[in-house]
Design a binder for this molecule. Structure first.
Ligand SMILES: Cc1cc2nc3c(=O)[nH]c(=O)nc-3n(C[C@H](O)[C@H](O)[C@H](O)COP(=O)(O)O)c2cc1C
Length: 344
């Protein structure tokens, strides 16, 4: 069968990237090559991956609008995107606007469960029965207030987006999720969305202008600080042998910042006529972070922190914000002493 020029290459020519490696390769990409367009078949692959993400009762609540700079709606979208994302979307190949359809919950529950039954998924073995489903289960689910439904369904949209991103990474497509914080409600208005649709997240895709490794894997909290064993607060220990295996498989990669990262992004800024400076925090804030045992901070990041403290003209902590941060943390029951620099 002949391929259309814009169609996919033969499947045999597409590299198979193991899932663990694709997950490990993922970075939030913030510099895209504006001269390159993501091929339709790659975009479709990502959306197909989203379509096959699991969803409660098979209700298919996640939809997306794919836009480019050529679309009329672009200027309006640009006004909604948070300031630090404007450059990103304008260099990206496409913007995927992920939507959550709340009426899928109320309108598709019966058909969704019916489809999985016909597909051989829901059986009497697990206690499913038609009368109970129709008189109890489904009406109970359909009586949820929209706020509860919204929570449940947005989680599903997140799952779909994560699938799309993983598929994109496996095809060398760069991804970043994009906040649209500047104009609440602006995206819904730009597209004239029906009231039961929620705009859940923006997702810029394109070919990375930066190294696709984006200068290394970004740091996270320690495994034991995130995962609990049996009871809340009992750390689930990480196994060094598993970590070693995951390094070999590519899920865990060299932590940022890799050699040459800063030269690379300074170079990109200079070529685009933009300020090459970095966002830096005060020295005592950086030191406080380095002493915080919750974070899994590797030697490169620590060495860079030392270098920044020694060489950069760092800002002072804006003491007028101390009270605000203390108040905001107190509102959530957080002891601010760990998170704010000592006074003076
Ligand atoms: C829901 C979500 C929204 C995000 N929004 C933004 C954003 O608006 N702008 C941005 O630069 N990064 C955004 N990010 C990227 C995170 O800041 C990023 O995950 C973090 O820097 C860790 O880097 P990594 O994704 O490369 O591991 C977002 C990430 C998520 C999951």
């Amino acid at each position: 069968m002949s391929q259309s020029p814009a169609g996919p290459p033969p499947a045999s020519e597409i590299e198979d990237v193991p899932l663990l490696r694709a997950l490990g390769n993922r970075r939030s990409i913030r510099y895209f090559d504006e001269s390159r367009t993501v091929e339709d078949w790659k975009l479709e692959t990502m959306l197909q991956a989203a379509r096959f993400a699991s969803c409660q009762g098979n209700i298919n609540c996640t939809e997306a609008i794919v836009v480019t700079r050529d679309d009329d709606v672009w200027d309006e979208l640009e006004e909604c995107v948070s300031g630090f994302n404007v450059q990103i979307i304008n260099q990206a190949s496409h913007l995927v606007i992920w939507l959550t359809n709340l009426n899928a919950w109320y309108g598709r529950a019966v058909d969704g469960i019916s489809t999985v039954s016909l597909a051989g998924a829901t059986t009497k073995y697990h206690g499913w029965n038609y009368e109970f489903s129709m008189t109890q289960t489904i009406p109970r689910l359909m009586s949820f207030p929209t706020e509860r439904t919204e929570n449940l369904l947005r989680f599903e949209t997140g799952q779909a987006v994560a699938n799309a991103i993983a598929a994109g990474v496996a095809l060398d497509v760069g991804n970043i999720l994009i906040a649209f914080g500047r104009k609440p409600g602006g995206v819904e208005k730009a597209f004239g969305l029906p009231p039961h649709y929620r705009f859940t997240w923006g997702h810029a895709i394109g070919y990375p202008l930066e190294n696709p490794n984006a200068g290394g894997q970004r740091p996270r909290l320690k495994y034991e600080k995130l995962f609990h064993k049996g009871t809340f607060g009992t750390p689930l220990p990480s196994d060094p042998a598993t970590v070693e295996m995951l390094r070999e498989k590519g899920l865990i990669q060299e932590q940022a910042p890799l050699e040459g990262r800063f030269e690379e992004i300074i170079g990109i800024a200079e070529r685009h006529g933009r300020d090459p400076g970095m966002l830096y925090f005060p020295a005592r804030e950086i030191r406080r972070l380095m002493d915080d045992g919750d974070w899994d901070l590797g030697p490169r990041l620590r060495a860079h922190a030392e270098h920044v403290i020694a060489t950069e003209d760092l800002p002072d902590y804006p003491d007028e914000m101390r009270e605000t941060f203390q108040k905001l943390m107190a509102e959530h029951g957080i002891d601010a002493t760990k998170f704010l620099p000592a006074e003076g």
